[in-house]
Design a protein around this ligand. Structure first.
Ligand code: SF4
Length: 398
């Protein structure tokens, strides 16, 4: 991996984030257990259950063996335990999974990043220390907001006090890399409530923030009350004001925006997520887990029992393989890489994906002319206007 540095090119200044090297790979484990389902959640989750944890653990070990050939001669640079609430999974299961990975014929990066997703109400210092001892070195905490009323509306099980205590415990256990998720555009959220949440930023001990706007997705409790809740969401104008205030607050507290929704202090970028934005291959394990390997995206079956059954019968658990055309893949890759604030080095991009097709060049030129993109020497990136309209820009490119 290259080193972090700030490059100055003429008047353009940008954060240089590490570019994946050929042979680098990441692993993703989907642990779907939650104590209850939050009202906005559209992920594949099931109720936490001891016997299901045991069954999943055995299946994951099996799936790691089944896919071991995919990792030969590769270097594992990150492992991500996502969900669900992976923190609920037993420590001994994490230990055995990590040990199993370390026995494969893959190199392990000396600075490997191993992340676990957690919720504030579950954190206790003994378990954090035990997870640290087995090699987990990054915690991602689902905070969303520090407004207790909004937390209830979202169906979360924590309150502000639990948030602040959980971050203290993680900090005191010696985990240095901590990310929090924050959310705006929540129904009934006022600017005052959002500014109050932001006022806690200087006193919290994370070094990474992921910022999301809430969308009401099908198959959620929110979706069933969609008509009522949409009216209670902040207007587009207010949402933009909230976003700008958040960016300003993060910046004032040294959290630099390096991706549309990600902010890092002292270049504490998420190595795992950088892989998604720059098309590093990754292998997914567990029900509903995605993989991206040899340029092909696939997904495991989104059904717990079926996943366990398939894996136990030594069968492939994938039920979706993305077979889009190569030109569509190039367009998707360009749109996704543009999420990075530093933008794209066209030479590097073309080395990996081949020459940018002429119809795409036309779209990029038009976006430059409308001031949504900036082209400077061999780089192309979102302008400050483009940053506000990324979704429509991506649609135009793809
Ligand atoms: S804790 Fe996370 S994964 Fe679990 S239900 Fe809530 S939002 Fe979904």
């Amino acid at each position: 991996m290259t080193h972090f540095l700030i490059k100055i090119v003429g008047k353009e200044e940008f954060l240089k984030i590490p570019t994946p090297t050929i042979g680098d790979i990441s692993l993703y484990f989907h642990l779907p257990f939650c104590k209850k389902k939050c009202h906005y959640c559209h992920f594949f989750v099931i109720k936490d259950d001891e016997s299901k944890q045991e069954a999943l653990f055995k299946a994951l070990i099996n799936e790691v063996s089944q896919k071991k050939n995919l990792l030969e001669n590769k270097k594992i640079v990150s492992i991500y335990f996502g969900g669900g609430t992976p923190y609920l999974f037993k420590t001994k299961f994490f230990k055995e999974i990590i040990q199993k990975i370390y026995t494969l014929k893959a190199k392990i990066a000396s600075e490997i990043e191993i992340t676990i997703e957690t919720n504030p109400e579950d954190i206790n210092i003994e378990k954090v220390k035990a997870l640290k001892d087995i090699g987990i070195n990054r915690f991602s905490v689902g905070i969303q907001t520090l407004d207790n009323k909004l937390l209830q509306i979202l169906g979360r099980s924590h309150d502000r006090l639990k948030i602040l205590n959980s971050l203290d415990m993680i900090h005191h256990s010696g985990i240095k890399n901590v990310s929090i998720d924050l959310m705006y555009e929540i129904p009934y959220q006022s600017t005052d409530s959002w500014y109050k949440t932001l006022s806690y930023i200087p006193s919290m001990t994370m070094n990474h923030i992921s910022l999301y706007n809430l969308t009401i997705e099908p198959n959620t409790a929110f979706f069933r009350q969609k008509d009522k809740l949409i009216k209670m969401k902040p207007s587009d104008k207010i949402a933009k004001k909230m976003l700008i205030k958040a960016i300003e607050t993060f910046d004032a507290n040294n959290f630099k925006r390096y991706e549309i929704s990600a902010f890092a202090k002292n270049s504490s970028f998420s190595m795992h997520n950088i892989g998604y934005w720059l098309y590093r291959p990754f292998i997914g394990y567990g029900p509903s887990a995605f993989s991206y390997y040899n340029g092909i995206r696939s997904q495991n079956v989104c059904n717990f029992e079926k996943y366990i059954q398939l894996i136990n019968q030594q069968k492939n658990a994938q039920d979706f393989i993305d077979d889009v055309s190569y030109s569509k893949k190039v367009k998707e890759a360009l749109a996704v890489s543009l999420r990075l604030i530093e933008g794209i080095d066209i030479n590097d991009f073309e080395k990996k994906w081949g020459k940018i097709p002429s119809d795409l060049e036309v779209v990029l030129n038009n976006l430059c002319q409308s001031n949504h993109l900036i082209r400077f020497k061999n780089r192309i990136k979102l302008s400050s206007l483009g940053l506000l309209f990324y979704d429509s820009i991506a649609t135009e490119i793809i």
